[in-house]
Design a protein around this ligand. Structure first.
Ligand SMILES: [Zn+2]
Length: 88
């Protein structure tokens, strides 16, 4: 009986680990696949995985993310740039 209880605890832990790894891979892919352009100065930049994960974003106007620009240091809804094509 004790063993069974231990198994379900492990099962839950493995489940949680899989979910966390899944989210991490998704966010890492997202951080690597998308860039952002500041609407104030036009500077294009990329985010670290953590920043990509914690910053708020929305879907209006082809996608935006509320970010502080590394160049002009102003907060704005940065335009989302997809990087599947060659940079033009
Ligand atoms: Zn800027």
């Amino acid at each position: 009986m004790g063993l069974l209880g231990m198994d379900s605890t492990w099962g839950l832990a493995i489940w949680l680990a899989l979910i966390i790894v899944g989210i991490y891979l998704l966010v890492r892919w997202h951080a690597g696949s998308f860039g952002y352009r500041c609407r104030k100065c036009g500077c294009e930049f990329h985010l670290s995985v953590l920043k990509d994960f914690i910053t708020p974003h929305g879907l209006g106007n082809g996608g935006w993310k509320f970010l502080k620009c590394p160049k002009c240091r102003r907060w704005s809804r940065a335009t989302v740039l997809q990087r599947t094509k060659e940079d033009s």
